[in-house]
Ligand binder design. Sequence first.
Ligand code: ASP
Length: 352
Amino acid sequence: MRGFFTPLAAVFALVITAMSSPAIAQKAEGQWSLAIHGGAGTIARDKMTPEEDAAYRAALQQALDAGAKVLAEGGEALDAVEAVILILEDDPRFNAGRGAVFTWEGGHELDASIMDGRDRDAGAVAGVTGIRNPILLARKVMTDSPHVMLAGEGAEVFASEHGLERVPNEWFDTEFRREALERMKSRSLSSLDVDTKFGTVGAVALDTHGNLAAGTSTGGMTGKRWNRIGDSPVIGAGTYADNRSCAVSATGWGEYFIRVGVAHEICARLRFLETMNWLSMSSTPVGAEERTYMVQLVADEVMRDVASLGGDGGIILVTPEGHALYSFNTAGMYRGRATSEGVNEVAIYGDE
Ligand code: ASP
């Protein structure tokens, strides 16, 4: 795994840094940051044709540009997250919205969530079958209902009452996803054997007003049964945003991400770090490089915990100071990041 540290070394580094590096680096005026993902998994160069490689990069770049435009124009982090996810949900290459995987019964059940770092307001939907863009429904749950999570038929009724665009479940059918389900059934394979990549989509953003947001959308895992729900709509597992610490969106084997509480765990550890900084009462500001190192270390540590239980996948993260980072324990992750400092990149494989 990238950025590997032993738990003891990590704790030691945290304490030493916390004691010697007190003040939180402040975000500069007008600064923004964005990170996106389109799923992690066994994504290897030799399994991709040059055309597929280029098509994935173009799709990621289009989504990244849409989110970056919102932020560069002074828009809200929530709107940037939504803009990114809408594009990826409508792209059949990704396992979210249009390209959602098949359930065991041959249908599609979609999950999504979104969170506002300002007040930790959140909205999520699970197991919806006829909503074109589940991320819009998740946001409606956040803004127009007293709840955080709606599921199944009730969520569909709520969607109808709020005028969300509806599509028949077959609208999510794609041939290559159907073949994956058939391969799984005919050879008694697991969903990980037939889907070498996860394909969930997500975005995290820091806007120029200093607010964070996170969102995630997925079709889940191929051949899922019994209304199985993964981490993506679970606030704290697949998605979390808190202006005091970070915004995280995850992709991977959802059961493990729920068990670790990945997104919240990373943010909680970063808050702990800030508390330690504050307690040390020194006025020396933490260097930008040192901060980046620490944030990466925290994210890698939590992903190492996922791996220690047997899970795999990855996360994207932004902080209030503008870090935009990835951490994954798979061969690759469709990903991208852009910042007001001029960073603009998309990547697929672990070695780039
Ligand atoms: N995390 C998702 C789930 O378990 C799968 C994915 O990331 O593609 O439902």
